[in-house]
Design a protein around this ligand. Structure first.
Ligand code: CP
Ligand code: NVA
Length: 308
């Protein structure tokens, strides 16, 4: 049996909906007091090249809740930070632990780790994708909107890792999505094309615009993310300028449906990409989203370890 990874949303394309159902069941089971430990004796290595609150805590707590163990490895503290290759790191970690989660700057590093590890590798965010975020986001949409068909997600802001993974995720589950990004900060071209291709077989519509009011029209979900992702700091001034017209505020959301939900992967730069009023308003589901990282990733880990 070949091992499975989740470096991209595409790696779990066929099983995405099942993993979401499992996540919803795990969440309900946990709330009912179910405490099975299917991962007793199993370990996860978590490698971080960048800071994290949600990813770090949700993976660590998720492993503990399932009876397993998670080790936190900051890149600077392991030999990878002193030049040991990613290939050798993959081979060594495969001898100790059962699964690896990696948050990296470079998507190729995550792919190389997955290629050379004999155990599953999960992408905990890189420059190109954030698949675990998309899993939690889709789960949150399912909870609040009861389904994907005929629903429209308007993602506004930077065409970054979060946007790329959402494009793929929306296409896979059959949800419409408009990416609303300035010309110079559009999503990855290859990913956008792939999303269009998947959408054409899944009866949904994906499009790209640079006009906020147009993209948000009739949206069921409004989603934004920071204008300055980790690693983009050098470009901060230009970005803050380019994204000003893309702020999610009360005026912009008035073009969406009355029962729209507001989403953000967090951390947010309050009153930059979104105003306090929208973030803390009654349509905001941002903390459900954050919580769902835990449940969605538990389902993903169980799927990859075939523990379910
Ligand atoms: N959304 C997200 O991945 O948050 P962290 O950077 O805190 O992990
Ligand atoms: N796009 C953001 C997401 C943080 C969770 C970043 O890469 O910094």
């Amino acid at each position: 049996m070949t091992k499975r990874d989740c470096v991209s949303v595409l790696d779990i394309e066929a099983e995405l909906k099942k993993i979401l159902d499992d996540a919803i069941n795990l969440k309900a089971g946990w709330a009912r007091g179910e405490r099975e430990k299917p991962l007793a004796g199993k370990s996860m290595a978590m490698i971080f090249e960048k800071p994290s609150t949600r990813t770090r805590v949700s993976f660590e707590v998720g492993m503990a809740q399932l009876g397993g163990y998670a080790l936190n490895l900051a890149r600077a503290d392991i030999q990878l930070g002193r030049g040991e290759t990613i290939t050798d790191t993959a081979r060594v970690l495969s001898r100790y632990v059962d699964i690896i989660m990696y948050r990296a700057f470079d998507h190729n590093m995550v792919s190389d780790l997955a290629k050379n590890a004999t155990i599953p590798v999960i992408n905990g965010l890189d420059n190109l994708e954030h698949p675990c975020q998309t899993l939690a986001d889709l789960m949150t949409i399912l909870e609040h909107k009861k389904g994907f068909e005929g629903k429209k997600l308007a993602y506004i802001g930077d065409g970054n890792n979060v946007c790329n993974s959402l494009l793929l995720g929306a296409a896979v589950v059959g949800m419409d999505m408009s990416a609303i990004c300035p010309e110079e900060y559009k999503p990855d071209e290859k990913i956008y094309k792939k999303a269009l291709e998947i959408a054409s077989t899944n009866n949904c519509k994906i499009d790209l615009t640079s006009v906020p009011e147009k993209g948000v029209e009739n949206a069921d979900i409004i989603y934004t993310d920071t204008w300055i992702s980790m690693g983009d700091d050098a470009d901060a001034e230009a970005r803050n300028k380019a994204f000003q017209p893309y702020q999610v505020n009360t005026e912009l959301v008035s073009a969406a449906k009355d029962d729209y939900i507001f989403m953000h992967c967090l951390p947010a730069h309050r009153n930059s990409e979104v105003t306090d009023e929208v973030m803390d308003g009654e349509n905001s589901v941002i903390f459900d989203q954050a919580e769902n990282r835990l449940h969605a990733q538990k389902a993903l880990i169980l799927f990859l370890l075939e523990a379910k």
